[in-house]
Design a protein around this ligand. Structure first.
Ligand code: 3HC
Length: 681
């Protein structure tokens, strides 16, 4: 026994190394020592003829311990451990349940045989940490599945189910669900004395790709858009190419190590590893312990048949939760239902779900025209028009029909939740659930905690968002909450710059080069310039564009003109409107502004607003702000989000940059910079 390892010898001379290191048996130093000790023990024991490596708890090894990457390695390192295992001249069986990911799967690939229960999944998700599989994965997986399939698996990072892994040859045998240990031991008994297969010795699946550099060039070209800004995909491709081109396995491993080290030292990977923990941190609320009881949410009401409420309803349906969809008119209700049906049918056509899955979802919807239909709902989500009076009226009526204890949620994106809650006699049961469009796709949900929202309701909302496959970020009440509030600054500064003579295209291109999929003007044109809530107090370009009936892509173009295929082109009309507004407001041209300066001018104010959000305790922690920006606005994850990015640049520089724009820096930003400290460390 060790702290986390149990070593037993079963009949027939099968040594079982069982590892149990919650929560996910990550291959940190404690786990490595335990495997090392078990393997040495059985390697030296003549009575042991074969070894089974198995894990307890919820999963097989889910990867290297990501937190260790920030520190110097401690022996036995993963490579030392794997070399030890590979040198053992007794067959070794990896017995997999849960998820064998990253170094977990790489360990299994070193073993001679792999057996898994049908519910298990295996994969190499390192790409999402800005890394490549650095413990032999890039060399061994192509030797099993060929280079093309290996590239797909490593670039998507998505785990494959055991049944698929069996088909691909990644695992050798399926075990009975619940009978993994017995089946693995039985398998081990059958292989004693037989030549043990080693993935490293195979050439059959990589040899056909040898001398075909076009495979990699094509792959990179096909995915150029998706890879923009990321370093890991390029290195993964190089490592896989090495698996095919370099026949000598150890030389291929050396190339993998070199490419891995490059990524590990990159700012992109540092940001993505930071993000991994940031995303998991959002669930932790200092004054609401994880043990806080939550309310079961089995039936949900959604009010408002527009695009937003349709997407919200779909989020619940996708999670198998019944929804009563309420609209004010038969026509609006029919339209809302038709859109939901069409979206699901499109997904089925694209092979993303089966017709049976579509039917199951549609069967969970109950359409209704009267709020009385919500009398039994556990949770009601309101997504009507974004006006305080309208929302208050709906909440007062809901309070009358909803059963006592039911939770009333608003999808408001910038209104005062406490004012809305005051229309009810149960402000403790009122919470904000702020989804981002399209709600069934975007993973961010801001859970808005009103002044009187109970701990139980907050805990329920957080847990529910997770159940929907979303990432909940807790926000206090303020105009715009976290993501919209901070990112609103980017739009405001973009407006300022365009009035100083820069074109929408110059600004959008700088922001795209920074890593956003879209610049602010492209985004405004896409969303539509007539969306309510801008609250402009002076003459604006957007206002004048709307007056000219230019509403964006949906009507007559906006900041850009659009051709028949929807491609954006510079718009002479918009340019004239911009010049008119600038003249009317007496705004002088800025002269030459570099891309780097554009980024600073648009994004330092976002950081500044983030600092205010922290200072006001609207967000619990800086990393929550980063998660909100990344998931709500597609802020490029390889920069870590605005607060991490600012820390990387240096807060002093951000303060100076704001001063150069005549923007007053937040006190917290100034103080943190003065202390030489950072937001996210
Ligand atoms: N290292 C360190 N901590 C990890 C971890 C890892 N590889 N994987 C999970 N954890 C931690 C999480 O931070 C979380 O901690 P918390 O409870 O304190 O917040 C806890 O384990 C549970 O994780 P989740 O909340 O994510 O649990 P789920 O059940 O939702 O998901 C999982 C489980 C699918 C295993 C998911 O945690 C996951 O995807 N983990 C990461 C897998 C991964 O990326 N592996 C590759 C690592 S890099 C590598 O192996 C390099 C190698 O090639 C050299």
């Amino acid at each position: 026994m060790s702290e986390v390892g149990t070593y037993t010898v079963e009949d027939g001379g099968i040594g079982v190394v069982a590892i149990d290191h919650p929560p996910v048996n990550a291959l940190g130093i404690v786990t490595r020592r335990a495997i090392d000790a078990g393997c040495r023990k059985f390697a030296d024991d003549d009575a042991v003829k074969a070894i089974v490596l198995i894990c307890g708890g919820r999963t097989f090894i889910a990867g290297a311990d990501i937190a260790e990457f920030d520190h110097p390695p401690i022996a036995p390192t993963i490579h030392q451990l794997f070399d030890l295992i590979e040198a053992i001249d007794k067959p070794i069986v990896a017995a997999i349940h849960g998820t064998a990911l990253g170094a977990g799967l790489e360990l299994a690939l070193i073993c001679n045989y792999r057996i898994a229960v049908p519910s298990a999944r295996v994969g190499l998700p390192e790409v999402s940490l800005g890394l490549l599989p650095g413990a032999g994965g890039t060399q061994r997986l192509p030797r099993i599945v060929g280079v093309e399939r290996a590239l797909e698996l490593m670039i998507s990072g998505a785990p494959v189910p055991a049944t698929k892994a069996l088909e691909l040859g990644i695992i050798d045998v399926l075990a009975e669900e619940g009978g993994l240990r017995e089946d693995a031991v039985a398998l081990a008994r059958t292989v004693i004395g037989k030549p043990a297969p080693r993935v490293r010795d195979r050439q059959d699946m990589v040899a056909p790709a040898r001398g075909h550099p076009e495979i990699y060039a094509d792959f990179l070209q096909k995915n150029a858009r998706a890879f923009r800004g990321f370093k890991a995909p390029g290195n993964i491709v190089k490592a896989v190419e090495a698996a095919a081109e370099i026949e000598d396995f150890d030389a291929g491993m050396a190339r993998e190590a070199e490419l891995f080290a490059e990524l590990l030292a990159s700012p992109e990977s540092a940001a993505q590893r930071y993000y991994f923990f940031a995303e998991r941190e959002t669930a932790k609320i200092p004054d609401i312990p994880r043990s806080t009881p939550t309310v079961a949410i089995d039936t949900v009401g959604v009010i408002g048949g527009g695009a937003m409420s349709g997407g919200i309803a779909m989020s619940f349906l996708d999670a198998g939760i019944a929804v009563t969809l309420v609209e004010a008119s038969r026509e609006a209700l029919d339209r809302g239902l038709a859109v939901i049906r069409e979206k699901y049918q499109n997904s089925a056509q694209k092979g993303r779900m089966t017709p049976a899955q579509v039917d199951r979802r549609l069967a969970l919807i109950t359409p209704a025209l009267d709020l009385a239909a919500l009398a039994e709902a556990d949770l009601i989500v309101e997504a009507v028009v974004e006006e305080e009076s309208a929302k208050k009226e709906v909440f007062a009526r809901l309070d009358a029909v909803a059963r006592p204890g039911a939770i009333l949620a608003s999808n408001t994106s910038f209104l005062d939740l406490d004012a809305i809650a005051s229309a009810t006699g149960r402000p403790d049961r009122v919470v904000g659930l702020h989804f981002f469009p399209p709600a069934n796709v975007m993973r961010l949900v801001e859970v808005v905690r009103g002044a009187r929202t109970s701990a139980e309701v907050v805990a329920t909302a957080m847990a529910l968002a997770k159940k929907l496959g979303k990432v909940p970020v807790l926000s206090r009440v303020c105009a715009g909450f976290i993501a919209n509030r901070i990112m609103g600054e980017r739009g405001r500064q973009a407006d300022r710059l365009v009035l100083q003579g820069l074109t929408p295209h110059e600004i959008d291109r700088a922001i795209q080069d920074f890593g956003f999929a879209m610049g602010p003007f492209q985004m405004m044109d896409l969303v539509g310039l007539d969306v309510p809530g801008r609250g402009d107090t002076e003459r604006t370009v957007a206002g004048d564009l709307v007056k000219a009936d230019r509403l964006g892509q949906k009507r007559n173009g906006g900041y850009y003109d659009y051709d028949d295929q929807g491609a954006a082109m510079p718009s002479p009309v918009a340019a004239r409107i911009i010049a008119d507004v600038a003249r009317a407001r007496g705004i002088a041209a800025a002269g030459q502004v570099s891309s780097e300066q554009i980024v600073a001018r648009l994004l330092y104010p976002v950081v500044n607003e983030g600092a205010k959000v922290l200072e006001e305790h609207v967000a619990i922690r800086a990393s929550d702000i980063d998660v909100a920006a990344i998931l709500g606005y597609n802020w490029p994850v390889f920069t870590g989000g605005p607060m991490f990015w600012a820390d990387m640049i240096g807060l002093r520089k951000v303060v100076d940059g704001l001063a150069a724009q005549d923007i007053e820096p937040a006190k917290l930003l100034v103080d943190t910079a003065a202390r030489g400290a950072a937001f996210t460390r």
